[in-house]
Design a protein around this ligand. Sequence first.
Ligand code: 1Q0
Length: 214
Amino acid sequence: MAGAAGAFSLREVLAAFQTCVSERREVLLGPYLSGWRGLIRFLHSLGTIFSFITKDAVAKVQIMEGYSGGEQRERYTSLQSMVEYELANRLVDVQKRGGHPESGCRTVLRLHRALRWLQLFLEGLRTAGEDARTSTICTDSYNASLAAYHPWVIRKAATVAFCTLPSRNAFLEVMNVGTAEEAVAMLGEALPHISDVYDITQELFAQHDLLNLP
Ligand code: 1Q0
């Protein structure tokens, strides 16, 4: 169930993204959604000012859980099999929203774009100085990724929420992986796995011309 309670552990989230990529370089939906559930747990802990973000992320993960536990679950084991199935069966609104407003493809595309934000944000946290402001790292990462897809009102609300973020060291602590230095080291090891998931998905969606789904 998306958004279940429990302590956040970045290690678990990163491990989930690590196990996402199969030997055949497919992105497995099960671990992909586990990774997202972990991130959502963390979002919950940031309080109500983030709830408009949390709600959207929960809704999208729930849509995907519906597919991966549904009648066609075998078609939804990986992003590759999902794309193939949904396109072959015309289950994706390609030009404008119509009969399939909640296709797996368009839903994953939103999560995929957010994963780019996460990649930039964690890289920013990892490389910033001790006194860096998390809100600045977060805003810069957002402006370089997701912001391009959001209308003004969401960009505004997001920027206001980012200002309430705790300091870099508080963030590193909340990762539950030890000291700030250990957290930074772990980010360095783990970030390539997130990048891998991002790159494979980006290539898959580009190949099928799915990067601008309504
Ligand atoms: C740390 C602060 C978290 C900041 C999250 C940045 C993302 C801002 C996103 C604002 C989204 C606004 C809500 C609605 C947007 C939708 O319109 C949009 C498009 O969907 P649709 O159906 O209308 O076409 N949805 C999205 O773009 C998806 C947004 C998903 C956001 C998921 C963010 C996940 C963040 C997790 C926090 C992880 C931090 C990890 C760091 C841990 C370090 C200890």
